[in-house]
Design a protein around this ligand. Structure first.
Ligand SMILES: [Zn+2]
Length: 254
């Protein structure tokens, strides 16, 4: 005759998947017909899962852990019985199961973290790609010889040479565009100058020749960062440029 007293020890091992052979078969058969033991098994399985989460989970379920610890302390038919009656080596599979369960949860959490990181990188790359595409379109427009450059001036006034410099002192980035420039004599060049804020002598900022329509552009010449500009100016110089601007200036910023 089987009663559930004799299965009390085995239930905890069974919950961990560590009960084998005849003992497991006998408990299987008993569980078929004993609701009390099925309930006890379900409770133990719940406690195992909660314990594993308590060790590594983001929000320790205190209530579940206390229930398990209380169960071990006061409940003669649960884990306490197992730990007292079993010799240590019979518990090796129990610890192995615990370690595996905790390891599996840690791996799962690491996977989730890696997946979030990869999705973040993917979003960054997509954003960079979009920015790069926009920059390419802008650059293509500014540098394409077939693009139309139209200078607008006060109506009924004769278009005069004009230029616009866009400069960022912090990193020395510079774009300069000019229009309505007179054609150059051979062996001559236009030269752009940065006039520093604090009275130093003008610094060369690129040489250029206009296209047949009188348009010209200087894009990102090599400049030292951190030089505040008072203004920019353009002069005509011998081919190869000059150390200082030759007067008179063709264009000068206000
Ligand atoms: Zn039973």
């Amino acid at each position: 005759m089987t009663t559930h007293e004799q299965f009390a020890d085995d239930l905890a091992l069974y919950a961990l998947g560590s009960l084998e052979g005849e003992a497991a078969a006998a408990l299987d058969a008993h569980l078929e017909e004993c609701a009390a033991c099925r309930q006890e098994l379900a409770r133990l399985e719940g406690d195992m899962a909660l314990l594993a989460l308590t060790v590594s989970g983001p929000a320790p379920p205190q209530r579940g852990r206390q229930r398990l610890l209380k169960g071990i302390g006061h409940e003669p038919r649960s884990l306490r019985t197992v730990f007292i009656r079993r010799r240590w080596w019979t518990l090796a599979p129990v610890f192995a199961s615990f370690v595996l369960a905790i390891f599996a949860i840690l791996l799962w959490r690491e996977n989730v973290r890696q997946r979030d990181r990869i999705e973040g990188l993917r979003a960054d790359a997509a954003q960079n790609q979009t920015t790069l595409e926009e920059a390419k379109h802008l650059l293509a427009l500014l540098t394409d010889p077939s693009a139309q450059h139209i200078t607008l001036a006060a109506a009924q006034s004769k278009p005069q040479p004009a230029g616009k410099a866009i400069y960022m002192a912090g990193n020395g980035a510079l774009v300069f565009m000019a229009s309505n420039l007179a054609p150059l004599a051979p062996q001559k060049t236009y030269e752009l100058w940065l006039v520093p804020m604090h009275g130093e002598k003008p610094r060369p900022a690129g040489m250029f020749r206009p296209d047949p329509s009188g348009n010209a552009m200087v894009m990102m010449p090599p400049m030292s960062p951190g030089v505040e500009a008072k203004t920019f100016a353009v002069s005509i110089e011998p081919e190869g440029g000059s150390p200082t601007p030759t007067m008179p200036l063709v264009l000068v910023g206000s």
